[in-house]
Ligand binder design. Structure first.
Ligand SMILES: Nc1nc2c(c(=O)[nH]1)N[C@H]1C(S)=C(S)[C@@H](COP(=O)(O)OP(=O)(O)OC[C@H]3O[C@@H](n4cnc5c(N)ncnc54)[C@H](O)[C@@H]3O)O[C@H]1N2
Ligand code: MOO
Length: 377
């Protein structure tokens, strides 16, 4: 049941019991009949009610029952007096003034009623939902299966981070970033490692991936270079449904299928890989997880420095936004905007979204920004 966190409910979650299941004490003290205090401030101790060991008999007139937090209110008692307001002498207790009828009792069903809907189908389960489900008598949560997502990087130059870098080598930052993002998205990740620019090995990896995964994500090899084999292998095993998209970064993004398994072919450039993942893959995975993908929050902010922008693609420039002293939103691009400039992405907190047909932007222009959400935030 603890594993349900982050998964999406497949059916509504209904309470099996009232919560609390019985009237019980909110304090350590004494359960009394409030009206007995009108005849004097002294009552006789008749027994104890502990959590898990209730006092079963009715409380007789003029009597009190010692009670602990969470213990059942004995029949007939209507009020709990905190022990701090009580003096005990032998088997009698003396109660101060100011006791209100009904106080310190947590009523049966005041939190949740039997049969009520705790969470609707299609909602993502949180830690609080798991606590609520357990308290309301639910022993297992019926959630949608986590999609299995296979990931691999392609490129002869790629090396495992942390190893000694050889001449011309590049650390494989895309795969570890994608695995990290996917884990935050509550999918099951199948990490297939680094593959060389070798069509046969890429083909074998894809054939293997389709037997295990619901979705495949690759990085690299989707552009037009002589060692870019990913697309050709996909075509041989399935089809490319879409190749090239008018966004920057991310132009050579490919989408297709291998056998019947959808495949997202991310560009190798590190920023292009992560931006296409965020913009194009995350919503698809949310849908597969059973969620309705949420639109990104779109805000307007004033540019505090000019921007370069070529007409023809939608730019997702990496920006940093904040409110100024007048509480107006301001934004600036973070450093260079090349699709290899990872430090800019790491410093950014939003995208500056510039429409396809717009050109250079001057300082002072109002531009659209979309603050980063998980797994970027
Ligand atoms: N003549 C053209 N050349 C390129 C075009 C084009 O339209 N015409 N598009 C450029 C764009 S835009 C991008 S983005 C890249 C994408 O190319 P690929 O997807 O084929 O990626 P690679 O060539 O394999 O690598 C590009 C670049 O990224 C580095 N890389 C690759 N994988 C990783 C990884 N897992 N971790 C870190 N870095 C990685 C790789 O070393 C290269 O530097 O193509 C342009 N070229
Ligand atoms: O995706 Mo490329 O990185 O647009 O420059």
């Amino acid at each position: 049941m603890a594993d349900a966190a982050g998964r999406v409910l497949a059916e509504p979650m209904l309470a099996k019991i009232d919560l609390p299941a019985f009237d019980n004490s909110a304090m350590d003290g004494y359960a009394i009949r409030r009206r007995d205090l009108s005849g004097g401030r002294s009552l006789k101790l008749a027994g104890k009610s502990f959590a898990g060991a209730p006092f079963e008999n009715p409380v007789s007139p003029g009597c009190a029952v010692r009670i602990m937090t969470g213990a059942a209110i004995p029949p007939g008692a209507d009020t709990v007096v905190m022990q701090e307001y009580v003096r005990v002498k032998g088997d009698r207790i003396f109660i101060g003034n100011g006791v209100e009828e009904g106080e310190h009792i947590r009523r049966r069903g005041e939190d949740v009623q039997t049969g009520s809907e705790l969470l609707a189908s299609g909602q993502q389960v949180t830690t609080a939902h798991i606590a609520l489900a357990a308290a309301a008598g639910i022993g297992s949560i019926v959630a949608i299966r986590r999609p299995v997502v296979a990931v691999f990087s392609t490129g002869d130059e790629l090396q495992q981070p942390g190893t000694a870098l050889t001449a011309g080598g590049v650390y494989d930052s895309n795969r570890v970033a994608l695995v990290s993002a996917l884990r935050q998205m509550h999918v099951e990740v199948l990490d297939l490692g680094i593959l060389p620019d070798d069509p046969l090995q890429i083909s074998n990896a894809l054939e293997n991936a389709v037997t295990k995964a619901d979705v495949i994500i690759t990085s690299g090899g989707v552009s037009v270079g002589e060692a870019d084999y990913t697309r050709e292998v996909i075509e041989a095993l399935g089809e490319i449904c879409l190749w090239k998209i008018a966004m920057k970064p991310g132009k050579p993004f490919a989408f297709g299928r291998v056998r019947d398994t959808p495949l997202f072919g991310l560009p190798g450039n590190p920023v292009a890989a992560l931006v296409t993942f965020y913009q194009l893959v995350v919503p698809a995975l949310e849908k597969l997880r059973g969620l309705t993908p949420k639109a990104q929050t779109s805000l307007h902010a004033r540019l505090i420095s000019p921007l370069k922008k070529k007409i023809g693609r939608v730019d997702f420039q990496r920006g940093f936004y904040a409110r100024n002293q007048q509480s107006e939103l301001e934004v600036a691009a973070v450093g260079q905007q090349g699709s290899h400039i990872l430090s800019g992405l790491a410093k950014a907190n939003c995208f500056i979204v510039l429409p396809r047909d717009s050109g250079d932007q001057s300082a002072g222009n109002q531009v659209e920004i979309t603050p980063f959400l998980s797994p970027f935030a």
